[in-house]
Ligand binder design. Sequence first.
Ligand SMILES: [Zn+2]
Ligand SMILES: [Zn+2]
Length: 397
Amino acid sequence: MISSRSDLVKGWELIISADKRMYEKYCLFDIPLPRFKILTARQAVAKFYQMAILHNRISQKELKERLYQETEPRTTISFYQYFPIDEPQHFRNELYQALLGLHVFGRIYVAREGINAQVSVPASRFMELKEYLETVPALIGLRLNVAVDDDGKSFWVLKIKVREKIVADGIDDPSFDMRKKGKYVNAAQMNELMNDPDTIVVDMRNHYEFEVGHFVKAIEVPSDTFREQLPMAVEMLKDSKDKNIVMYCTGGIRCEKASAYMLHNGFNNVFHLEGGIINYAQQVNEAGMESKFIGKNFVFDDRLGERITSDIIARCHQCGQPADTHTNCRNEGCHLLFIQCEACAAKYQGCCSTACYEIMQLPEEQQKAARKGVVKDRNVFNKSRKRLNHDLKDFKD
Ligand SMILES: [Zn+2]
Ligand SMILES: [Zn+2]
């Protein structure tokens, strides 16, 4: 008989040590401790197995192999929806079992404020997935964005995580309500609003995204994080509460929240671009409309950007010539994301600085040694300008 939480933990440890291999497979850290306090050892075992089927048990390597053995093509889709979820863990568990049954892979976040998903589904089961999602009333009519130029091999396991928020926002005001959000605009409405002199278009993305492409006359909110951008946007626009504020981002999820935040802060005419730049570009293409978004839409795949118009609005970070090709520094210890023209790419062998260029000239062993102790920073992207300007002083020859 287990009668306390610590006994329960001990019980789990017993079960675990009884089969260490199983323990490793069962991704234990993802399993929350049960809330009940009294249960028999047998019940504990039953609970353990019940939890285990809600989580992946197979090694990453095997999963990848399985994916590559699949013959049926997969469709990669993304979707999000803000809607109140009272019991995110329960919602998550039901969703996990249903999607597992449909052989869906991908990454999904569930929070009290909604759901955000990037998944792949076998092409023949796409409709089944859509039908399943629509059994949730708030997801009826959900826009599923189908990725183009995608081989469907981006995911090989299904991960659904419960989070505090689907988009971290730093808002702790309990009266903030995502149900009070701005009006959606489509591409045609966006273009029309932009012709109105009382419209301010606000880009809610990061600097490196804005740099290579943005809406004509859009303003940038200069911060590295979305949570800092929200109060900053309010401050920047505080004298324009009656103007049309049109917010946009890559896929719509950030600007939708930003629009609710602006309304919450007393702005009266707030709009946001439905489905973001991705959806705008598709609509503009299909209808043969004028694109008021110029340049490239930065996206996080191998292409690092999708050309929307032929305008090149950025400059090479090294020589200052017009260029809008993002690249990662070839020195693995650096990996900095920056804009490099073709000439500089050839001249500096894809490196961002003299320091990196010199490291790349060393034999592999010494390169490894140089990398040692250097912690790779995922956020290095946003620092590119600062860092490059600093580095470039001694880079130009
Ligand atoms: Zn250059
Ligand atoms: Zn570098």
